[in-house]
Design a protein around this ligand. Structure first.
Ligand code: ATR
Length: 271
């Protein structure tokens, strides 16, 4: 029987996972389909149980269900997903939850030749994406500073990271002025710059010895990345992270190496 994969979310019509994952399945000659399933907030448990009964092999989870799925007793989380408190990928055969945003962020920067070890990292934002990036990079970085509009949320995340033994501190956005110039890697995990020509980091703080990574992928080159490029900084875009989180999910489900190039070109065809 043909395998079925899919993504649950609400809204889910604009999810880019279907074209990306279909391209991967096709490239490897796997006879499977990947569908979008709109699931309302109150129906997540039933949807997962139903999907399991129907023999769905794997699901991605998107807004607004990532945190919810992480809390469900029917899904057992891997360590990373558990720490982050968000699941974006479920291996339905094992009912195991993963957060591939974390590994996706790492693969994106490593592909660009960036070393996280012993670097000074500034993360802008402390939401779901911010947590994934902070946990993933926090262990290897020399220190990680988190700046968020709601400063208390950054402080809470930094406290959690400190408990893991990471060197971390939380800040208000205003403190970027003193944090960014000495950073090796600057990551935007907020939605600032999405479909809008604004940047979360003032241009005058950026310089050519930095790597600047934006998780936003609409537009592909955000104002932050454009300004970073103009001062000679190396840039990593959100499409790279999106593809690598998808590649990681694909590998969890199929046990095969994901065809990243094919996935990226399918994604870029949609953007
Ligand atoms: P995601 O899962 O995509 O990270 P989220 O959990 O809602 O989404 O987090 C959104 C992040 O973007 C948060 O860090 C949020 O800041 P607050 O914690 O203060 O809400 C940040 N954010 C969203 N809109 C913003 C804006 N206009 N200016 C600054 N930060 C913003």
């Amino acid at each position: 029987m043909m395998d079925t994969y899919g993504v649950i979310g609400d809204p889910v019509e604009h999810s880019l996972s279907p074209p990306m994952q279909r391209a991967a399945l096709q490239a490897l000659g796997i006879d499977a389909d990947y569908s979008r399933f709109r699931v309302r907030e109150g129906d997540v448990t039933e949807a997962l149980k139903g999907a399991r009964s129907l023999g769905v092999s794997g699901l991605n989870v998107t807004v607004p269900h990532k945190q919810r799925v992480a809390e469900l007793p029917i899904v057992v989380n891997d360590e990373t997903a558990d720490r982050i408190g968000a699941v974006n990928t479920v291996d339905m055969d094992r009912m195991k939850g993963y957060n591939t945003d974390a590994a996706g962020a790492r693969r994106a920067v490593e592909e660009a030749g960036v070393t996280i070890e012993d670097s000074r990292v500034v993360v802008v934002g402390a939401g779901g994406a911010g947590r994934a990036v902070a946990y993933e990079f926090g262990g290897d970085a020399a220190r990680i500073d988190i700046a968020n509009r709601t400063a208390s949320r950054a402080a809470d995340l930094a406290d959690e990271l400190s408990e893991e033994g990471f060197e971390a501190e939380g800040h208000a956005l205003e403190e970027l002025d003193s944090l960014v110039p000495s950073a090796d890697l600057v990551v935007n995990t907020t939605s600032v710059g999405m479909n809008e020509d604004v940047s979360p980091v003032p241009k005058n703080l950026l310089h050519g010895d930095q790597v600047v990574f934006d998780v936003v992928y609409t537009p592909l080159e955000t104002r932050l990345l454009r300004e970073a490029r103009s001062v000679g900084a190396r840039t990593v875009d959100g499409a790279s992270m999106l593809v690598h989180q998808g590649a990681e999910a694909f590998e969890i489900w199929t046990g095969r190496e994901a065809p990243v190039e094919e996935m990226l070109s399918a994604l870029k065809g949609e953007l």
